[in-house]
Design a protein around this ligand. Structure first.
Ligand SMILES: [Zn+2]
Length: 112
């Protein structure tokens, strides 16, 4: 297993633990997958995939995100809108979301 695969497996396991069996719809699942992949790519780019402290911080931030997303929706399965609302509230959230097209000309990226 590569470092990227290992980080991805760890972060997805965290998501599943926090979700506690609550299902996400396919679009929400895909959006969260891309979010996690973007975070892992940022860690890799910064050569932090083997930095236990940085991985732990990423995991804590992902837990914040997933918990907020699950609390923000009472629908089953959790819809994609819950993902986007949560991202809008928590962005920027290192390392997952530093910049995105929010329709207002984008955001500054605080970590390059
Ligand atoms: Zn963002």
């Amino acid at each position: 297993m590569s470092m990227i695969e290992a980080a991805e497996a760890r972060l997805w396991a965290t998501v599943n633990t926090r979700a506690g069996g609550r299902p996400l719809d396919d679009a929400c699942d895909a959006a969260l997958y891309n979010f996690i992949r973007a975070g892992i790519a940022r860690l890799e780019h910064a050569d932090q995939l083997e930095d236990g402290d940085r991985i732990a911080l990423a995991e804590q931030n992902l837990i914040r995100f997933v918990d907020a997303m699950l609390e923000g929706s009472h629908k089953e399965p959790v819809p994609e809108t819950a993902f986007w609302q949560t991202r809008g509230h928590l962005c920027p959230l290192w390392p997952f979301c530093g910049t995105h097209d929010n329709g207002g000309g984008g955001e500054e990226t605080p970590w390059g």
